[in-house]
Design a protein around this ligand. Sequence first.
Ligand code: OAD
Length: 243
Amino acid sequence: MRVLVVTGAGISAESGIPTFRGTGGYWRNLDPTKLATQSAFDSDPEIVWQWYRERRDMIRRAEPNAAHRAVARLSAGADEFFLLTQNVDDLHDRSDWDGYRIPAGQIAHVHGDIFTTKCERGDFSRKETPEDSTGVPRCPKCNARLRPGVVWFGEGLSPHEVARVDNFVRARPCDVVIVIGTTVAFDYIVHWTRLAAGRRGRLIEVNPDDRFLESLGAEWVKENAASALPCLVDDLLSGSKRM
Ligand code: OAD
């Protein structure tokens, strides 16, 4: 069984990480989809840093939930597996199934990593350090402002990450594509999903509130990820054994 899993903020909601859109998305009356922009950083870098600092703290304290673990289990049981996540948290990287973790080579974080800090001008980047904990940190190389190493609205994706996803989805169609907890707001996510499912792949969307892939013929599992994924993965793995 060849599998692509696509995740968004909804898979981490039950670990206590607020989603971007919808209920609980706002932070101090500010809209996260406006905070995650260069223009917000230009007009108030302190407030943008403060938001990311709080998210870093929250993510550090959070634990992977049953959905993250089920995805790890699926990755262990599938013949070929790739995880495309829009999440900048590290909950997929930290989750395991019976000690098995998804290898880093099979995960693409297309929107970056919240624990990376990078120069807004040059190519300097590093894992977070205590200097990131107040104010607006400065680049040790060129003194420009440092910013979180995530992709903001209107910015391009890392060509390296794009190539990794492309390599997987273009190699051959998947038997199963599962899209979990995302409003699928970006065309490239729809494009990769469509390409991966091809004509015959089974496409499954897990979202308790809404569906976005009906036009692609996706089955809709209208449930929270942490309750849906363990059963779904059980079914898929037992089905694949029977084949
Ligand atoms: P969103 O916040 O747009 O959407 C989260 C989705 O998860 C919503 O459709 C919710 O209904 C659903 N959801 C909520 N709780 C859930 C649960 N327990 N189980 C399953 N689904 C649940 O998040 P994304 O689609 O990930 O990008 O947003 C995409 C991108 O936009 C983010 O990566 C970020 C954001 O702004 C950038 O910063 C570039």
